[in-house]
Design a protein around this ligand. Sequence first.
Ligand code: NAD
Length: 256
Amino acid sequence: MKLKDKVALITGGARGIGLGFAEIFAAEGAKVVIADINLARAEAAAATIGAAATAMKVDVTKLEDIDAVVSKIDADFGGIDILVNNAAIFDMAPIQAITEESYQRVFDVNLKGPLFTMKAVANVMIARGRGGKIINMASQAGRRGEALVTLYCASKAAIISATQSAALALVKYGINVNAIAPGVVDGEHWDIVDAKFAEWEGLKPGEKKAAVAKSVPIGRFATPDDIKGLALFLASSDSDYILAQTYNVDGGNWMS
Ligand code: NAD
């Protein structure tokens, strides 16, 4: 029970990687709030976990939503010990096809959301005076560019930088801020990417995913289960001396 009686907020936790985090945090004794733009899906996810999980609606692009959720958790649960900034969206377009609208949409969800959620949660953690753990979801895409994923890559590079600045500002309050950079993680997201490649490059359905899996040194996509152990480590006291880091969990993809 590494997180006994801790209170964790996971944005975008209704499915995929975030749901994996909710499951392991709850199994380790935390009370988990799954906050997602899709409330019905968040409620269904919370129901699979049981009494340790609560669903709330949040659109992380809206500061009033963030503040309302953070205030409610603080009031209902007596503080917040762990935040995972997991909600994000993907956008596939090379530089010559980005638009002001797509820029705004991607950066609102992937950067503005995590920044202002960190701000709101950090202020609660500081006021409660018992420190905390903040984990931002970066990506291998934030470490190096991809020709067809311009805005997503830039937003994930920005979150790596924001992790460092926040970590340095918050260390004196006993708050550790770190980030996780997965490589390729199977889920609905990759089914959409595969379909896009099928359309753009004349590939058959599944062909892109198979090629990507083959290119990873470990030979397969990750699953959310492959990522959650690191999140548990970064959320627990085992990582008290670690801050401002971004860890790859990528099956060696960075090296390939
Ligand atoms: P996903 O698309 O399966 O889930 C994202 C969740 O965020 C969804 O439940 C969605 O409803 C929610 N969401 C979207 N916009 C929101 C908003 N405005 N406010 C609140 N919630 C919102 O994502 P995933 O594949 O599980 O990825 C989780 C995280 O890991 C993301 O930050 C992603 O960028 C990162 N990541 C994923 C991969 C991958 O291959 N899947 C690789 C590297 C990094």
